[in-house]
Design a protein around this ligand. Structure first.
Ligand code: DGL
Length: 278
């Protein structure tokens, strides 16, 4: 089912429920300047956070199949929620490198000085087996305060990174953690790094804010190297953006977050659903 004999010249596929994964794409671009990148925003189904696990898995399978048809040599699940619901199945089904998210609890637990770490994520991520396991292995010896953030993904999806509604929501989620002496905040959803300036303004300079985008980009680089799929030097990589939602609504937000007037195409994941059924 994978692209036959993937070549180092093939692109890397990256997807998320919407525009959140652009925070990961930015780190991938920084770490791998020569690679071609295909980004899929599953905006018609965003947010994933309140959907059933099986539905998210179905979306992840269909999108991965679509990326493979575009000859992707590796797939990055740039979404913590989809990672919890689908990464294991994707890895079992496909032999190409599948790189997925993990909230940066380990570095946060290692660097906190107050001994209190706050984790912001979707309800589904915090309830996932994967996150419970992560807490078990890296949450020992520190107090971990988990905070689901309903509504925050939607603020980023509409490009409102600093308006009063976004600020009010964020204050409601962050202030109780700060009052309980959290000095390190883990951004456990790829949408939240887009809100970093606002989070930093609310939390103040003493609080560290960590996410896992750069670590995922490094992991992708390692996996490509190991598989002999790293593109050679001397080329400048390009990005292609697509969405399952309304292109006219999503394009301006992608352009805002990517800081460039990039074109966005339609991505019809439904076309690939039949191919992955069963
Ligand atoms: N960016 C996704 C994540 O990292 C978004 C979640 C959602 O769509 O609810 O969890």
């Amino acid at each position: 089912m994978d692209a036959e004999d993937p070549s180092p010249e093939n692109p890397i596929g990256v997807f998320d429920s919407g525009v959140g994964g652009l925070s990961v794409l930015r780190e991938i671009r920084r770490a791998l300047p020569g690679e071609d990148l295909i980004y899929v925003a599953d905006s018609a189904y965003a947010p994933y956070g309140e959907r059933a696990g099986d539905e998210i898995l179905g979306r992840a399978l269909a999108i991965t199949q679509g990326l493979l048809e575009q000859r992707a040599k590796a797939v990055v699940v740039a979404c913590n929620t989809a990672t919890g619901a689908a990464a294991q199945v994707l890895r079992a089904r496909y032999s190409l490198p599948i790189v997925a998210m993990e909230p940066a609890l380990k570095p946060a637990a290692a660097s906190t000085r107050s001994g209190v770490v706050g984790v912001l994520a979707t309800s589904r991520t915090l309830a996932s087996h994967k996150f419970v396991q992560l807490l078990g292995s890296h949450g020992q010896g520190v107090e971990v305060l988990v905070q689901p953030c309903p509504g925050l993904v939607e603020r980023v999806e509409c490009g409102d990174l600093a308006g009063p509604r976004t600020r009010a929501l964020l204050e409601g989620y962050l202030v109780p953690l700060l009052q309980r002496r959290a000095d390190t905040i883990v951004l456990g959803c790829t949408h939240y790094p887009h809100l970093r300036p606002l989070i930093a303004a609310i939390a103040g300079p003493e609080v560290a804010i960590v996410d896992s985008g750069a670590a995922v980009a490094r992991q992708l680089r390692r996996r490509l190297e190991l598989a002999g799929l790293l593109r050679g030097p001397g080329v400048v990589g390009r990005e292609r953006f697509s969405t399952s939602g309304a292109v006219s609504a999503v394009q301006p937000v992608i352009a805002q977050l990517w800081a460039a007037e990039v074109p966005v195409r339609a991505f019809a994941a439904e076309r690939f659903s039949a191919a992955v059924a069963g």
